[in-house]
Structure formats: C-alpha cells, structure tokens
Design a protein. Structure first.
Length: 229
C-alpha cells in the first residue's frame, strides 16, 4: 500500500506492528547485546517518529518493514531494530547533548532528538544534509542542528558530548570522537571493514577519562568515508 493511501491511524498501526517486531528481535539478541528489552522512552520515540516521512516516495510501502532502505546517493536509512538498539545503548537522559555522525535521511536523528536536549548531526553528502534539515524542520524538531562535513573530525565547537553515535562503518574509531566525549559519556559505533560485517561497539569513557570497549553485535553499515584518509 503506498503512503498516499494510508491514513495517520494506519501509519500509527504500522509503527506499532514494527515496534512489536523490534521488541521481539531485542529479546532474541539479548544474550549477545546484554539488553533484553527496550526502555519505555526508546519505545515511545520509535512509536512516534514517522519513518514514512524519511524514505523516498517509491520506498514508502516498505517504510514500516524492519529493514534498511535506499535513500539515494548510494546511502541507506538504517533498519529500525538497529536504530532502536543503538539508541538504547546510548542510554540518553533528557538533558543530554548528542553528536550523530551520518545524518542520512534524518530518521535516527529524529529518534535521538525525541530523547535528548540537543542533537548535532554531521553528514558528508551536502544534498542529504539539506534534505534532512528540511524534513526535520517540517516535523517540528527544533533541538537539532545538521551540518555537512566530515564526521571523523567531530564537531569541536559543540563538544564535549554526553553521547556520540556513528551510523556508518569505521575502520577504526576516530580519535577526535573519543576526545570529544565527556567523562561518563558513551560512544556507539560499528567498527570493521566496510565490505564485511562489522562489530557494533560501545565505548564508555569513565570519570578518569579511561575508555572501556564492549562488543555488542555483528552489523552491516555503509562505510564511514573521511576526506582526510
Ligand atoms: N542514520 C541514518 C538514517 O537514519 O537515515 C542512516 C545513515 S547511513 C547508514 C550512513 C550515512 O553516513 C550516509 O548518509 C553517509 O553519507 C554518511 N557518512 C559516511 N561517511 C561520513 C563522514 N565521514 N562524515 C559524515 N557522514 C558520513
């Protein structure tokens, strides 16, 4: 069924069914991820953000399927289960300031913005950054700033961050991102070669500034491309 045939109620029901699928998948992967369930806040964000507004018109009929979809320029909007999982792993509080690398469609940005005080998001491809900015504005997300640029360098002027999420596969964790994380903060990032599965990692920076790394799940992401090699 295409978007134009679906009412707001039908979209909401589709989101609810998707959420049930995501909840099941969270439980099924719990042994590996250490998370058996999603928090109420993440469930609420997933139940509210209209994913159909973040996909191209020709993909609308799949907007509430639990899978990634093409968004143009060879990029993808992430699978909803992965969006929920990565968001949960970030464990955001309502006063937190977050940096996201890889805005893409802006869907993950919107989920983060529903949970945190402020989200800064960097996207390498200017056309995607512009489209996401417009979409997020139309949907009323006032606590988001999107900028076109190389996310491997982070966003120095707005650092430090309570949480950083990278939504593209990094060969290694960019040093600038670790530096721009607050003590007590958390970085969620897929690490590994782009042509294979990567390792979804959580890096916790403790109050002394030491970093503790935990592997969570094999994942597949498009590559994080740095202009600086
Ligand atoms: N989270 C997005 C969403 O919900 O639509 C999906 C992100 S997509 C899987 C990865 C994005 O990272 C792409 O849009 C890509 O252009 C972007 N990207 C890749 N390398 C980047 C870099 N160095 N800095 C910023 N963005 C980058």
């Amino acid at each position: 069924m295409s978007d134009r045939w679906m009412s707001d109620d039908q979209h909401q029901q589709a989101r609810q069914r998707l959420l049930e699928r995501v909840v099941t998948e969270t439980r099924e992967t719990g042994r590996s991820t250490g998370l058996d369930e999603l928090s109420g806040r993440v469930m609420q964000a997933m139940a509210t953000v209209p994913r159909h507004r973040f996909v191209p018109p020709e993909q609308c009929e799949w907007a509430y399927a639990d899978r990634p979809l093409p968004i143009g320029r060879g990029q993808t909007i992430s699978q909803p289960f992965i969006v929920a999982l990565m968001t949960e792993l970030l464990a955001l509080g309502p006063e937190d300031v977050v940096l996201e690398i890889g805005t893409g469609s802006g869907y993950q940005t919107a989920v983060l913005a529903s949970l945190a005080r402020q989200v800064y998001s960097l996207e390498r491809i200017p056309e995607l950054a512009d489209a996401a900015t417009q979409r997020l504005q139309e949907l009323g997300f006032a606590n988001v700033a999107v900028r076109a640029g190389d996310g491997c360098l982070g966003w120095e002027e707005q650092a430090p961050f309570d949480g950083i999420m990278v939504t593209a596969a990094a060969a290694t964790v960019p040093e600038a991102l670790v530096r721009q994380l607050k003590p007590g903060g958390r970085l969620v990032i897929p690490v590994g070669p782009p042509q294979w599965t990567q390792d979804l990692q959580v890096l916790d920076k403790d109050e002394q500034g030491r970093v503790h790394v935990r592997s969570v799940l094999p994942v597949v992401f498009v590559p994080l491309i740095s202009n600086f090699g």
